[in-house]
Ligand binder design. Structure first.
Ligand code: URA
Length: 427
């Protein structure tokens, strides 16, 4: 079919057939449909939206554009978690080995920092020797031998998304729920999963600033996963302050190891256990969320998950016992007394970027030793001169980080009303 007719159909608000979508996506991936026609269709989708059937078809055709994992039937169930991204969100690091200790396997394909949010691959690269560029065969082998792997997408994995994402980035079509859904779900479903859980974040440090937008995205991704026969659930979680205390790269690995040693901050543990429990219940490894949480906690208490993480790191070329470099520490003190009333969490992420812990431009080299430790949480009472955070940064970037941190943390006379960390379950 002529691509112009397909663009016109969506422009006029009609529903596209799976065949229309397939023609377009395969043509685009093969270089037969040019960027300008794909841009026009992306904008029509942005403006007109898509039905669940259209989104599932788009996901399926993007998935078909490249390689995907196939696993022998009847083997250990493959599962994964995806987060829409936040500041201090290091859940993947402790969760993958915890799940591997519960009789599941986790072939996790992760990304780098996006906007102000940190990236799992950048964090893991703070471990000396750790490789994040495994081939699909290497990923498959580590998954089956160790039980978990965390690596980056290879060029042959969902090439249509790689091309389309770059185009969306420059045509103002990133924040479209159908396009985000197909982009995320095609990459996750290429892992050949038996269950998927999504951590959809809302708040000042999230892609989705409001709970309502996060809910819409969660429903769209859950419906798509289920329609494609992969049991998928989602939790809406609060990102109005960093998750855990640490934000940066090496310091987040340190906090993840602490979590695996039973010394994790309460909020990080709550989200990690809740997401893991979803997968144990979806794969029937546990009957209830409560017994799933106990199984997961047991992997920490016994030391098995800590050992599994070290095993995964070693299988990917790294050494968890080798010292990780952390930049010199200094305190960020408040000039004001009162209650921590709000955090501009995105700005906290920008502080990490200013200290070279994240990218300003594609290809920027990172300083993985920088970051911060939050010493206060929303609702805490502070006095003048009290430290709000500890900064890890060399002198030449510390001042900019300090200014951004101070500007991001609001102090008021009234204590704020706080919502729950896990707002709701979708699925
Ligand atoms: N992350 C993705 O992988 N794709 C999107 O479209 C948005 C966030």
């Amino acid at each position: 079919m002529n691509p112009v007719w397909i663009i016109a159909k969506k422009r006029d608000g009609e529903e596209l057939s799976s065949q229309d979508i397939g023609t377009f996506i395969s043509g685009y991936a093969a270089g037969k449909i040019p960027d300008y026609q794909m841009s026009a269709l992306a904008m029509a989708i942005y403006l007109r939206g898509m039905s669940t059937a259209e989104i599932a078809a788009l996901t399926d055709h993007m998935l078909a554009s490249g390689a995907r994992f196939t696993w022998p039937s009847g083997g250990t169930p493959k599962v994964d978690k995806h987060s829409t991204g936040g500041i201090g969100d290091k859940v993947s690091l402790p969760l993958a080995p915890m799940l591997a200790c519960c009789g599941l396997q986790v072939p996790m394909i992760s990304g780098r920092g996006l906007g102000a949010t940190g990236g799992t691959l950048d964090k893991l690269e703070a471990i000396p020797g750790f490789r994040t560029n495994l081939s699909l065969d290497e990923m498959r082998a580590v998954t089956e031998r160790v039980g978990c792997v965390i690596s980056g997408a290879t060029a042959d994995l969902v090439p249509a998304d790689r091309k389309l994402y770059a185009l969306r980035d420059v045509t103002a079509t990133v924040p479209s729920i159908p396009l985000i859904t197909a982009s995320i779900m095609s990459k996750k479903l290429a892992e050949g999963l038996e269950a998927l859980v999504l951590d959809v974040k809302f708040g000042s440090g999230a892609f989705m600033k409001t709970a309502e937008l996060a809910r819409q995205l969660a429903r769209s991704m859950v419906n798509t996963g289920q329609r494609m026969n992969v049991p998928t659930t989602a939790l809406l979680t609060d990102m109005n302050q960093p998750l855990g205390r640490m934000a940066g790269n090496a310091v987040e690995v340190d906090e993840s190891v602490a979590a695996l040693e039973g010394r994790g901050p309460a909020d990080l543990m709550e989200v990690t256990l809740a997401l893991g429990a979803e997968l144990l219940v979806s794969t029937r490894k546990a009957e209830t969320v409560e017994s799933a949480r106990q199984q997961l906690q047991q992997t920490i208490d016994s030391g098995a998950a800590r050992e599994k993480f070290a095993e995964m790191v070693a299988a990917q070329g790294g050494n968890l016992d080798a010292p990780r470099s952390v930049a010199p520490a200094s305190e960020v003190k408040t000039h004001q007394a009162g209650f921590i009333s709000r955090m501009d969490t995105e700005k906290l992420g920008q502080a990490v970027i200013a200290m070279r812990g994240g990218r300003k431009q594609l290809g920027d080299l990172l300083d993985l030793s920088t970051g911060f430790e939050m010493l206060v949480r929303l609702g805490d009472r502070v006095e003048t001169g009290q430290p709000l955070a500890k900064l890890f940064a060399p002198a030449n970037v510390a001042e900019e980080g300090r200014q951004l941190l101070l500007a991001a943390i609001e102090i008021a006379e009234e204590s704020p009303v706080l919502g729950p960390l896990i707002l709701e379950h979708v699925g």
